[in-house]
Design a protein around this ligand. Sequence first.
Ligand code: GLA
Length: 409
Amino acid sequence: MKTKLFTITLIVLLSQTIFSQQKSLAPTPPMGFMTWNYFGLNIHENDIKTLTDAMVEAGLRDLGFTYIFIDDGWQGGRDNQNNIIPDPKKFPSGMKALVDYVHAKGMKIGIYSDAAPLTCGGYTASLNFEEQDAKTFAAWGFDYLKYDYCGAPADWQTAIARYEKMGKALKNSGRDIAFGICEWGDRSPWLWAKKTGGQLWRTTADVRDKWTCGVEAKVPSDLHGHGAGILDITNINAPLAPYAGPNGWNDPDMLVVGLYGKKGAPSSDLGGTGCTDTEYQSQMSLWCLMASPLMITCDVRNMNDATRRILTNKEIIDINQDTLGKQAERKVKNDVWQIFTKPLANGDVALGILNVTDKTQTAEVDLAALGITGKTIAHDLWNKNTFKVKGKIKTTIASHETKVYRLSK
Ligand code: GLA
């Protein structure tokens, strides 16, 4: 009797472990390259291959940028058995061969669809074909699905039902496929996305290559049509910190770092004329502090030194990928400063100070007032200097710059 009970307990425990391992598709925020803001709908398998190679060569894969995400524009309709197929001109070798190429380079690969008949770009999407498409994505070997919401009804119920349907289909697909929910924060997905099987959910409208549109948004939809910049998106995403954690991340959209207002790119419309390197560095800092998925969208095959420096800062990436999985809390927001604190797994604390004004400012930050005690050493993650702290950090911060410190005992 005892042996039987022991065996049953063991089986239950083992299956729970296997189950939780299967479910753990995003223990830390996913990182990679997403095609959308550089290529728009003009994607081609050769680009995916050369980008994969470039990610490896630049050391980005080894820093954790392990995904290549194919966004909208890959679809070529359905065959006579209703199987979704890639556009044969853009993907002449077929998806399986491409996926194998990416996997052979030690990277993962993501694909895109939409919870309506057509995607945002007007291509074939997955409504009413959820099971079939999920199985196709699994058979091709995809590791991630970004699921958009263009052309779908506005109400919450339908959105939840449609995401649930695809979430279930992915679970039944026979492959572990992470699920990225993309309805732009309009229906507060931080409240329900995890239950539909999602590991991350967009919290705002699409990012544009700019600092701010000047709109004081109260809810994500206030930003629609204005061209959301880095600061606007930060202001929506920061208060959502309590909802983020391992396997469920707020996604404030892609990094525009290194795009420099690229003409014709989706990120260039609605005033997306580009940012300064200081602003790009701020985006990287803020996204890392906010435990955001990190999706590069500039041409990693031709990065300049500034872009490379921003994207390959291991110490700042470590803050993003910290296993405690806390999104930084924004402790201060006024006309001059935004100050963030992020507790880390080893007891250290990351401190971010953003100067939102148009001129250089001197900051004097009292750590105890932010609830930080017992930390005597500060390491500046961009300037790389380490110094002793006695209660306060005093420093100058340029316009739109974010300084990030790792504080330890
Ligand atoms: C929406 C999404 C973008 C991108 C495009 C593709 O706008 O929010 O991230 O996927 O669709 O058409």
